[in-house]
Design a protein around this ligand. Sequence first.
Ligand SMILES: Cc1cc2nc3c(=O)[nH]c(=O)nc-3n(C[C@H](O)[C@H](O)[C@H](O)COP(=O)(O)OP(=O)(O)OC[C@H]3O[C@@H](n4cnc5c(N)ncnc54)[C@H](O)[C@@H]3O)c2cc1C
Length: 424
Amino acid sequence: MSYASRSGPLECVIVGGGIHGTYLLQRLLEDAGLDREAVTIVDPHERLLDSFRRKARACEMTELRSTFVHHVGTEPFGLEDFAEARGRTDELLPTPGYPRRPSLSLFLDYADYVIDGNDLAALHRQASVETIRPTASDRDDGLVLETSDGPIRTRHAVLAIGHGGRYRRPDWAEGVDGVTHVWDEFDPDARVDETVVVGGGITACQLATCLAEREAVTVLSRHPVERAVTEADPRWINWNHIESHLHRHPSGSRARYETVGAARNDATVPPYLHDRLEAAVDRGDLAVRRGDIGSARTVDGTVRLLLADGGCLVADRVVLATGFAPVFEHPFVERVARNLDLERGYRGMAVLEDETLAWRRIDGGRSRLFVTGALAAGTVGPLAGNVAGARRSADRIAATLETEGDGLEAVSAGEETAGPEPSA
Ligand SMILES: Cc1cc2nc3c(=O)[nH]c(=O)nc-3n(C[C@H](O)[C@H](O)[C@H](O)COP(=O)(O)OP(=O)(O)OC[C@H]3O[C@@H](n4cnc5c(N)ncnc54)[C@H](O)[C@@H]3O)c2cc1C
């Protein structure tokens, strides 16, 4: 039976077709025993992984920071095998004291190979989910996803929304022409004489070193540009480590929030990129300046930045590489939590069951909504939003849906007359 002709609820809908959603989809098919017609992935982009591809292109990224075992496929050495079979092992880049890292093109070609080989695009429904609510029926406690393409009924859903597509914009940037965010309105192909890149992390430095090959560039950072190989100590990939260092604090607590924050090497730059940045500075192609921006305005087609220390910078354009707005406070997340009576912790953190990644209800029960990615950081830890976090989350979500699936077959047998949820 095809998805379109299915009359009853789906078993699971994944909200978000990025790295996490695409990886989890395979695990639900391979490990949780879900049928292809029982599962779908909803994402507004044309293709799975589009959002990641666009961001990588915007900052002219050429290689991954993470290692060759972190990718979209379910076989840990699948990417390495793929590279060997195609004579592309030179795209597994050596990193002193660290395993090799794939080039972006190898990573994405392998992702396409996985998506095509498993026909995953056929399970992608191009739409955005506006909210999720409980079904009106009292026969089950399933969910209805209100999407831009109509409602979808399902027994379970997984939020795999990444950071939710909202970017951090400083107040001084509001309404100033010529100031764009690297992942939003920024046009990487536009040519100008002089650019200021605001930020001191990997995205800022990656973009700046590439732009510096063709125009004058200043990186303006509030802090010194710091080196770190990975986004957090790799021990945070290990579930035992997560249990003993994160789960010892109460779910949703401030202690968990702060443990995650302290473990993340946010706004740091891997050594290979730091070396490139220093070389560009030494050649005189690029300047790095420390400072805080007090205000900005546009004068005669240029952007003038007034710094808190009284200094001034003038450029044809200013690009913000200032990261994401907090996903815990995302309006979509808040809406869903409200509709489903879900528990939230310190600073709006999603309170999940540590064993299953199901979002806990306020009454302490397990909801049918699961979470993977950055929104699961309170349970999966500082690498929750990274490629490695996708595997850790999927281990738990797939095992839970496999177990629950057995119990639900009986419910499903008595439900043949259930029709599609009427449009709202
Ligand atoms: C330039 C760049 C380089 C990176 N390099 C690395 C690296 O080397 N190693 C590493 O581990 N991590 C890296 N990261 C982190 C990286 O973002 C994550 O590893 C990964 O992209 C997160 O995947 P995700 O699926 O959680 O989120 P995303 O890739 O952001 O995907 C989320 C998807 O959810 C969709 N969505 C959101 N809201 C809704 C909604 N309401 N309805 C339907 N769909 C919705 C979005 O459209 C999007 O397609 C990098 C990130 C960037 C930006």
